[in-house]
Design a protein around this ligand. Structure first.
Ligand SMILES: *[C@@H]1O[C@H](CO)[C@@H](O)[C@H](O)[C@H]1NC(C)=O
Length: 311
C-alpha cells in the first residue's frame, strides 16, 4: 500500500511538471447530431488529478475520478470554444448506461453545463464550470443522470443553486428525504423494472411550453426485456430559487447550447443521493467508496425532436 502511494505521488509530480492539457480520448457518434470528440479533464478538483476516460468501440468508459467533455474538436490545449453546444429545447436525448460496477457512495454522472460560454479557465485550468463551484466557476447545470446501482436522479440547477430541483429515487438525511418517484423494488440490483446489474436506457426530454420556455424535464428509464418503465418529470414552474423563476434562466442556457459532461466519482458522504433519508425508504445505510468498481460506461447516444415518433 505504501509503495502504491509513493508511486502515485511520483506520478503526480511527473504529471504536474508537464504542461496542463487535455487527453483526447477519441470520437463517439451522437445520432441526430454527428461525431463528437471527447476532451478529458486534467484535474478532477484543483490539486487532484483526474482519472482516465477512454473511448472503446464507440462507448465512453469513465474510470474513477475521470471527467470528459463533449467537443467539436480536441486539441493540445483546453479551449472553451471547442466544447460542443447541444440545442436541446423541444428535443430528447437518449443513451445507454452500464453502472453495474457501482455501489453505495459512487456517482456515475451525465450532465450539461454552460462550458462553451465560460471564458474563465477556472482552477481546474480547463474552462469547467458547474452549479457547485467545484473548480471555482459557476454556471447553469442540468444533471441528466446522477446514479449508482441503488439511486438515480435528474436535477435542474440555476448557477448559484447547489441543491437544485429534480426527480428520481434515493437519498436524504436525518430529517429529510430526497426523491421518491420510484422505489427500491422498481430500481436497483435485481429490481423489477430497472435491474441495475445490467445496462439500461435513459431518455431525457426538454418539452417547451406555449411561451417558448422550457416547461419540464422528463426522465424515462427503460431496459430491454423489462415489463415496466420508470418515468418522472419536474415542472420548471415548481422550481423557483430565491424568488427567481428557473424557466427563463434555464431556457436561456439551453438556447445558447450546453455542453455534455460525463464523470465518475465517489464520496464517503453521498447520503444526499443514496441514503435512507428520514422516511427510511432510501437504499443505502452507508457509503463505501472502496466498493466502487473501476469504471462505468455510456454509449448509444441519440438526439431527436420530441415531435418524432419513438422507434
Ligand atoms: C480556440 O478554438 C477556436 C475554435 O476552434 C479557435 O478559433 C481559437 O483560435 C482557439 N483559441 C486558442 C487560444 O487556441
Amino acid at each position: 500500500m505504501a509503495h502504491r502511494i509513493l508511486l502515485l505521488a511520483a506520478t503526480a509530480i511527473a504529471k504536474s511538471e508537464e504542461q496542463v492539457g487535455p487527453t483526447c480520448s477519441g470520437t463517439i457518434e451522437l445520432k441526430g447530431h454527428g461525431p463528437v470528440q471527447m476532451t478529458n479533464a486534467y484535474w478532477n478538483v484543483p490539486e487532484d488529478l483526474a482519472g482516465n476516460v477512454e473511448v472503446v468501440n464507440g462507448a465512453i468508459e469513465v474510470f474513477m475520478k475521470g471527467r470528459t467533455y463533449f467537443s467539436d474538436a480536441c486539441g493540445a490545449k483546453f479551449n472553451n470554444s471547442r466544447y460542443s453546444r447541444l440545442y436541446l429545447l423541444g428535443k430528447r436525448l437518449r443513451w445507454t448506461t452500464d453502472i453495474s460496477q457501482t455501489d453505495c457512495g459512487c456517482n456515475a454522472a451525465f450532465y450539461l453545463g454552460s462550458l462553451h460560454q465560460n471564458a474563465d479557465v477556472s482552477k481546474c485550468e480547463d474552462y469547467y464550470c458547474d452549479a457547485n463551484d467545484v473548480c471555482g466557476v459557476r454556471c447553469a447545470e442540468i444533471d441528466l443522470q446522477e446514479a449508482n446501482k441503488h439511486a438515480f436522479h435528474s436535477v435542474l440547477h440555476l448557477q448559484d443553486d447547489n441543491s437544485g430541483s429534480g426527480l428520481g429515487y434515493g437519498g436524504g438525511g436525518i430529517d429529510w428525504s430526497w426523491h421518491r418517484d420510484w422505489t427500491k423494488e422498481e430500481y436497483g440490483p435485481g429490481a423489477n423494472c430497472i435491474d441495475t446489474n445490467h445496462p439500461f436506457e435513459v431518455e431525457i426530454g426538454f418539452p417547451l411550453g406555449s411561451n417558448g420556455e422550457l416547461q419540464a424535464l422528463t426522465t424515462r428509464l427503460s431496459q430491454v426485456g423489462s415489463p415496466c418503465e420508470l418515468q418522472a418529470e419536474i415542472q420548471t414552474a415548481s422550481y423557483i430559487f430565491q424568488g427567481r423563476p428557473s424557466a427563463s434562466e434555464l431556457t436561456q442556457a439551453l438556447h445558447e447550447g450546453m455542453t455534455p459532461i460525463v464523470s465518475y466519482w465517489s464520496n464517503e458522504d453521498l447520503q444526499w443521493m443514496d441514503g435512507k433519508g428520514a422516511d427510511g425508504l432510501g437504499p443505502c445505510a452507508e457509503d463505501v467508496p472502496d466498493s466502487c468498481g473501476p469504471s462505468v460506461q455510456f454509449y448509444g447516444f441519440e438526439l431527436e425532436s420530441l415531435d418524432e415518433r419513438l422507434i
